[in-house]
Design a protein around this ligand. Sequence first.
Ligand SMILES: C[S@@+](CC[C@H](N)C(=O)[O-])C[C@H]1O[C@@H](n2cnc3c(N)ncnc32)[C@H](O)[C@@H]1O
Length: 389
Amino acid sequence: MAPPPPPARRGRSSRPDRHRAVVVCIPGLEDIVGAELDALGIAHRPAGAGALAGWVTDRQLYLANVALASATRVLVDAGTITARTFADLESRVHEVDLSPWVEPGRPVRMRVSTHRARLQHTGGIEDRIRRALDLGRPPPADDPDALLVVVRNDRDRMSFRVDSSGAPLHHRGWRGPQAKAPLRETVAAACLTAAGWTPDRPLVDPFCGSGTIPIEAARRAAGIAPGADRTFAFGDWPSFAPGTWASVLADVERRMADAAAAEPAPILARDRDAGAVAATRENAERAGVAHRVTVEQGAVSDARPPEGATGGLLLTNPPWGGRTGGGGDLRDLHARIGQVATGSFPGWAVALLVADARLGRATGLDLATRLKTRAGPTSITLLATTPPA
Ligand SMILES: C[S@@+](CC[C@H](N)C(=O)[O-])C[C@H]1O[C@@H](n2cnc3c(N)ncnc32)[C@H](O)[C@@H]1O
């Protein structure tokens, strides 16, 4: 499909009628995020590792922020200039009009990177841009009001992108207590999708930690948009359209009301650690899904399907060793998971998020790779059996 024309601008302070958006995700989640964009009716194309690009209206931009489950943030293009020297930069940066997004005096955080470019000094680039565009001094790293502008200098082409999300989108707004090594909500959401889970299927997580996987599933089943409980940076833009946002929120509420009518499949969260169980209970409460998640304390060996459930998905993130400091032998633990899956969960699909894919063999289950991504510096793999049709 041919890309739509660039947005019409009517001088400074005018609002673009369309935005070229770049949806950023953890590398490895591009296909999942692409499918989420498809479901929202937003056309997109790959834009490098961990990025998808497309033209969006205000409505689609707001919807992407509130409804994408596996994306990290959504940026909008503010312009691109060519700069081979600091003098080029100082004279051309005025071609970039930030006025639809940045009101005068607003603190701006900048993230500058350079790749194969003549100007290499990121601090020097930021300094020139700040002075030329009157963006003030860098705000403290934790300033919640600061707007992020991402500057990427690739072979002397310097692109300016404004963040529409604010806090990364895995900040759903419900997380309170953390158990050890919590997963990002975006990764939990991607695993649910990659493992083929749908809200009509029972779900069990026997290593639930602070409850990220079961809570993410319960919110999806309840039709709660991932970002329903938080705010976004676009709400502070001079070009923010409150009426459009209100209509997006009305749609989000309607979807929730529709989902509430469906009979929920059971979701069971277990962990042997009392602190983890307490964290899951509190987080489920904060996330508005305590009535949808059963939380139990116990070792994986004692895990059983919820009463009445004859099949479903056992999706879990067992300890990875280093981060949980669980001790013991991870191979033995994975062999135990395999025995529990075959002995106590016959007919259930199994999906394990592991840092060492070789551990899949120890389960004795027939597992295939469904997803490869990262949790911070750690490469992680989702291994899964074929879900029953
Ligand atoms: C990697 S963490 C899970 C993190 C979780 N996905 C989250 O987002 O918070 C692994 C969890 O397994 C639990 N665990 C370790 N050995 C266990 C066992 N034998 N039976 C049940 N739980 C166990 C630990 O207490 C820990 O909470």
